[in-house]
Design a protein around this ligand. Structure first.
Ligand SMILES: [Zn+2]
Length: 486
């Protein structure tokens, strides 16, 4: 028989907060799509005004060799140091991964859209809208250019210096493609550039750079900014300028991060599978979201249906339904009691209570904010995580601690995969199938990124680690999550 795990006396449960949401929402309003210019053979481009040689000069103060490099002090220093680090990385990596020598880029071109003085690329004029809030690699001119007025200062201010670094690293991914002579569908080249950026970020994370280092929280924040450069949901992966969904992009980035540059090699030949959820007619009407009042109850029903069918094969024995679930409203003071939760633990929170075997959530602050700022699947990710704690309790697995929390994200990923196919539930006596809509997986990504901060990361993992666990469940099913048990 499954037993209900009891927390140690006085132990605090996972506490989630929504403060980061506000920053995310504000930044998203200012985002735009990034484009990369790869087309157009031959013909010299003008516009190489900055010099790569200048940019790759070591910083003046680099007199020590063994200490961790300090964080860049300015945006200018960030771009300079990043370019130096990325070029150094590919100089050593490209011969190893591809057997090709790296040749430094001909020029780097920061430009100011308001000045009207814009770099040209090849014989064809670039669409005027391409320059603003953008960065690109010009293949004919072999230079990397970026909006130094809107894009980079915006990223730097909102998401920190490493967000700037990642956008540049992505563009250098296109430089690498040019050196290797990679060809393929546009979206695969974009995802491969994400994969290359991930491989480079891992090198910095591992202390491989003499000029840049990552600090706790840097990567989560930077990935959040990086993801603002994405196609709107429903964009066909076959579209020539498609960049992929946030889900696919983080997946590609993480493949490069964990597997290195060589794992990115197969992308143009179909070595990466895009998870494509088409935009349906109904999505266009509803925006792809369930009405708020129905979101939690319907998703809770899919979680019960999913675990009833998935539990036996993975954990053995039948799944016993969760003892109860429902909302609470912190301002009323009428709160469900749970051993280990204090009065301050309810607002902005959702939890599984082992003693009462129930899931409860703040329906005043947390869920409305998630639903409004991100979408219904962000609510779903929180519910799925708490349901997973209930599943862990049934299976006799620990449901507190970092490994258990990542396992819960993995289990939430397995539910999400089932949701992509559709989960039938009974509503008012009739059967209804709940299925993910276009953009939902991006909401899952945004949901993870919304719960950030060093304090939460210690308890639940960084967004980066959490999304990685989520993907294990998404692609491997619930059985893959057993590996997370501590
Ligand atoms: Zn690109």
């Amino acid at each position: 028989m499954a037993r209900v795990a009891r927390p140690e006396a006085g132990e605090r449960r996972r506490v989630r907060r929504v403060a980061v949401l506000v920053a995310l929402a504000m930044a998203a309003a200012a985002c735009s799509a990034e484009g990369s210019v790869l087309a157009g053979p031959g013909s010299s481009a003008r516009g190489g005004t900055g010099s790569a040689a200048e940019a790759t000069d070591p910083p003046a103060a680099s007199t020590t060799t063994t200490t961790v490099p300090p964080a860049p002090a300015t945006l200018r220093e960030t771009t300079d140091l990043t370019i130096a680090a990325v070029e150094a990385f590919w100089e050593s990596e490209l011969p190893e991964a591809y057997g090709v020598a790296y040749r430094t880029v001909s020029a780097t071109v920061p430009y100011l859209p308001s000045s009207g003085d814009l770099p040209e690329c090849g014989p064809e004029e670039l669409p005027p809208g391409l320059y603003e809030d953008n960065a690109f690699y010009c293949h004919p001119g072999d230079f990397v250019a970026w909006d130094a007025e809107g894009l980079m200062p915006g990223l730097y201010t909102e998401f920190g210096d490493f967000a700037v670094s990642l956008v540049l690293a992505h563009e250098w991914g296109h430089v690498v493609q040019a050196r290797v002579g990679v060809e393929g569908p546009g979206i695969m080249l974009e995802l491969q550039a994400d994969c290359f950026a991930g491989a480079w970020a891992a090198d910095v994370d591992g202390g491989g750079s003499e000029v840049l280092a990552l600090r706790p929280g840097d990567l989560d924040e930077a990935v959040a900014g990086y993801l603002l450069f994405r196609d709107p949901p429903g964009t066909s992966p076959g579209a020539p300028d498609a960049h992929g969904s946030a889900f696919d992009r983080v997946n590609a980035f993480q493949e490069g991060f964990f597997g290195g540059a060589a794992t990115c090699a197969g992308y143009p030949g179909g070595g990466f599978s895009v998870v494509d959820i088409p935009l349906t007619q109904q999505d266009l009407v509803t925006g792809g979201d369930l009405p708020f009042a129905q979101t939690a109850p319907l998703l809770a029903a899919t979680l019960e249906a999913y675990w009833t069918s998935a539990y036996p094969a993975v954990f053995g024995g039948d799944y016993a339904p969760i003892g109860g679930f429902g909302p609470y409203y912190p301002s009323t003071g009428d709160l469900p009691a749970c051993d280990g939760l204090g009065p301050g633990d309810y607002a902005g929170n959702a939890f599984y209570c082992p003693d009462g075997d129930y899931v409860a959530w703040d329906d005043e602050g947390l869920f409305p904010a998630l639903w409004q700022e991100i979408g219904d699947l962000a609510v779903g990710m929180v519910l799925a995580h708490e349901w997973a704690a209930g599943v862990q309790a049934r299976a006799g697995l620990p449901s507190t601690g970092l490994a258990a929390s990542l396992q819960a994200d993995c289990l939430a990923g397995s539910w999400t995969r089932a949701m992509a196919a559709g989960i039938p539930i009974t509503v008012d006596g009739g059967e209804q199938t709940i299925v993910l809509s276009a953009g939902d997986l991006d909401e899952a990504v945004a949901g993870f990124l919304a719960f950030g901060g060093p304090e939460l990361s210690r308890e639940s993992g960084t967004a980066f680690e959490r999304f990685d666990a989520f993907q294990d469940g998404f692609f491997g099913g619930a059985a893959a999550c057993l590996a997370y048990s501590g």
